[in-house]
Design a binder for this molecule. Structure first.
Ligand code: NAI
Length: 701
């Protein structure tokens, strides 16, 4: 049903209801209808006051992001502006009471701030989350919020984008009252109270009592900028949000609004804004599986089990427990089980210490995890995740056992990072219910979950896994079965290029720095040290077994492995680590590199950060194109989500494939051809990339 705005009345109170399921977004037409309704009631002699309320689940989730995307890409002119709507509401000569339940986000909050009064149900949730999609509030949020909530709180809400509950909103002054009875009835009563008090309805923009210098510390702006540069590194929107809120303290309302508008538009038409909106939609899309009937039955998951309580198994058990799902956890030996449970306990203790969980929450979660040395509780599990050592024969044995103990329709998943899913399916009598659930380390923290489809995996198994992922608060991406699946397979050539760059003369810290500055959470060599160069060595072997002869092979990392330099866990790898695991450049690595490069006749040169970024990121793009061409990934944007949610790729660059489109595929392709000439057949462009670039097309077409 198309959304609409309805106008009803209760005696002298006019009621404007926004009804645009599911979240009352301000889709085209809605803002104008609200404005017309308010104006009509404002001019109507029978109406003394107005209530503005949302139908359904919440007040409003704000702007229609699809519309913003069309505007940003130049496909649609701007419709009625929310900033005009907020002002019309504010200018209404009769008191407007905004009644809020559920979400009141972004433009929704800005419209509510235009009203003269706000009351909320306990479910009310208030936020200016625009920065999360690369924008800032654009309908007066940066100006009206400081006037009602004070500068410090408004600043925090606008640059961080985090929500505040109803109680917090009341304490902040965003709402005037919390009501627990029927919201509309309460709003009508509230409107009558204001009428009884008389007087002109107070306009938010005229309120400046909270903007006086005594009411806030001027140092908060610089402190916020420093914090934003750190926690939202590389992003411009949070800094612009801070600038706009700061303007509320030094410019008259209209001038500050003009500044907000200009900053908002800069964000909307920026590469970062477009990239973050792309990520926003792609993440939602990734859970949709082409060819899977929308109603493919997902089996309910009420109980889970995990085999192996090591690094991954423990984290996976925590993930289930955090979602309130009881989970049996099986180990091979008493010693390993005790260690595993202790690690889980200490992880929870850290979370309690950091204030992420209460002790009671942690205790409850711990209770949900049932450790054992046999398959206790596995027969009741709806899903079982195998996370034992990465060993084909061991895992095959475990799958045969799981098949015996599990109930017939239980989903059997492996967390393997490199082994063939179908080999495990073959050990069971239910290959259709076998798939990969590839969690990333630490499993209780990383949002990505690759769902790996085997040859026989059924739609029900996939649908169950996707629904489960959402319940676990993960970002599911369905991929095909190949070495490394999608994420790790792309990571291999990316990390190889980083190593080759070192062998050609760039220091490890120069390579890592260039990628960190590009926006990666961590450089590729430091990542190797974190994961373990022994693990990387083992995976590299698997890839090398499949490579044609003549492919350039890395030298230094193999030697580091031979020397027992496994990275952080052994105190040294590409870097040397102190007891706080802080990396220090190591002269030994530099000497070793020079020696190996000289012996192999690799000329040394200085390499600029731009080239470092091109070599590594284009390696991701090229392998991504190969994966797409082979049908391992369902769509280009899925690879972006894998990299943003699982590999620390900066969301504000949209993911590697999106980034390639922004650079221009023709340009990326030409550079890859150059690399092929200079560095050999590893750089042969993926057939899909050749095709798209030569036809002037893009990945998303
Ligand atoms: P780990 O070595 O920390 O843990 C494996 C655990 O399995 C050990 O505690 C071992 O005692 C236990 N185990 C061995 N045989 C068992 C049996 N028959 N029944 C129950 N438990 C048994 O290894 P980690 O790192 O947790 O890896 C587990 C799996 O997850 C591997 O397949 C690995 O490739 C995969 N993986 C690892 C990632 C990582 O970053 N560590 C990331 C993603 C996947």
């Amino acid at each position: 049903m198309a959304g609409h705005v309805s106008l009803t009345r209760n005696k002298e109170i006019g009621i404007v209801t926004i009804d645009n399921p599911p979240v009352n977004a301000f889709s085209p037409g809605i803002p104008r209808s609200i404005a017309t309704s308010i104006e009509q009631l404002g001019a109507d002699p029978r109406t003394a006051a107005i209530v503005l309320i949302g139908a359904g689940r919440g007040f409003s989730a704000g702007a229609d992001i699809e519309e913003l995307q069309r505007i940003a890409s130049g496909h649609q002119p701007r419709a009625m502006d929310l900033r005009i709507l907020a002002r019309r509401i504010e200018d209404c000569p009769k008191p407007v009471v905004c009644a809020i339940h559920g979400v009141c986000l972004g433009g929704g909050l800005e419209i509510a701030l235009g009203a003269h009064y706000r009351i909320a149900a306990p479910s009310g949730s208030f936020a200016q989350p625009e920065v999360k999609i690369g924008l800032i509030p654009g309908a007066g949020g940066t100006q009206r919020l400081p006037r009602v909530a004070g500068v410090a709180r408004a600043l925090e809400m606008c640059w961080r984008g985090e929500p505040a509950g109803a109680e917090q909103a009341l304490a902040d002054g965003i709402v005037d009252r919390i009501v627990s009875n029927d919201l509309l009835t309460a709003a009508i009563a509230f409107a009558r109270e204001t009428l009884a008090r008389g007087g002109k309805p107070p306009r938010t923009r005229d309120r400046d009592e909270k903007l006086t210098p005594e009411r806030y510390d001027p140092a908060i702006f610089d402190a916020a900028r420093a914090a934003a540069r750190k926690s939202m590194r590389g992003q411009t929107a949070p800094l612009r949000a801070i600038e706009a809120v700061e303007a509320s303290t030094r410019l008259p309302f209209d001038e500050a609004m003009a500044l907000e508008t200009s900053l908002f538009e800069k964000c909307l038409y920026s590469e970062q804004g477009r990239a973050l909106i792309h990520v926003f939609f792609s993440e939602r899309n990734a859970a949709k599986v082409p060819g899977l009937a929308p109603d493919a039955p997902a089996l309910p998951v009420k109980q889970a089990a995990v085999a192996g309580a090591g690094t991954m198994g423990g984290g996976i058990a925590m993930t289930f427990a955090n979602a309130g799902i009881p989970v049996a956890l099986k180990e091979a030996t008493r010693d390993a089980l005790d260690r595993g449970v202790e690690r889980i306990r200490s992880n929870y203790a850290v979370s309690v210490k950091r204030g992420r969980f209460t002790q009671a929450f942690a205790d409850e979660r711990m209770e949900l995890i049932r450790p054992s040395l046999d398959y206790d509780g596995f027969a009741d599990a709806d899903v079982i995740v195998e996370a034992v050592f990465e060993d084909m024969e061991l895992k095959k044995g475990v799958f045969a056992e799981l098949d015996r103990v599990a109930k017939p329709d239980a989903l059997l998943a492996t967390n393997t990072s490199s082994l063939d899913i179908d080999s495990f399916a073959g050990q069971t009598s239910r290959a259709g219910m076998v798939l990969g659930l590839h969690f990333f380390s630490p499993a209780n923290v990383m949002r990505l979950l690759e769902i790996v489809r085997g040859a026989a995996t059924t739609p029900t198994a996939i649908a169950t896994a996707v629904a489960l992922a959402r319940k676990l608060n993960k970002v599911p991406v369905v991929v095909g079965n190949c070495l490394g699946f999608a994420g790790n397979r792309m990571f291999e050539p990316y990390r190889l290029e980083a190593q080759f760059l070192v062998e050609e003369g760039a220091a490890p810290e120069t390579v890592d720095r260039a990628l960190y500055d590009f926006g990666m959470a961590m450089g590729p060599l430091a990542t190797g040290d974190l994961v373990g160069l022994d693990v990387a060595w083992r995976i590299r072997r698997l890839f090398q077994e499949r490579e044609p002869p003549g492919f350039r092979k890395p030298l230094v990392e193999d030697r580091l492995y031979d020397l027992g330099r496994y990275g952080q866990k052994s105190g040294a790898g590409w870097y040397r680590y102190d007891e706080n695991r802080k990396p220090q450049p190591d002269a030994e690595v530099a000497a070793l590199t020079r020696q190996l490069a000289a012996a192999a006749g690799i000329p040394q040169r200085e390499i600029a950060p731009e080239e470092i970024v091109e070599r590594t990121i284009y390696a991701l793009v090229n392998e991504g194109a190969r994966i797409l061409g082979e049908g391992i990934a369902q769509r280009a944007a899925d690879l972006d989500i894998i990299y943003v949610a699982g590999f620390g790729f900066p969301a504000w660059r949209g993911g590697p494939i999106w980034y390639a489109g922004e650079v221009g595929l023709a340009k990326v392709y030409a550079r890859i051809r150059e690399f092929e000439r200079e560095h050999g057949p590893r750089w042969a462009p993926a057939p899909l990339l050749c095709q798209l670039a030569e036809q002037g097309r893009s990945f998303s077409e």
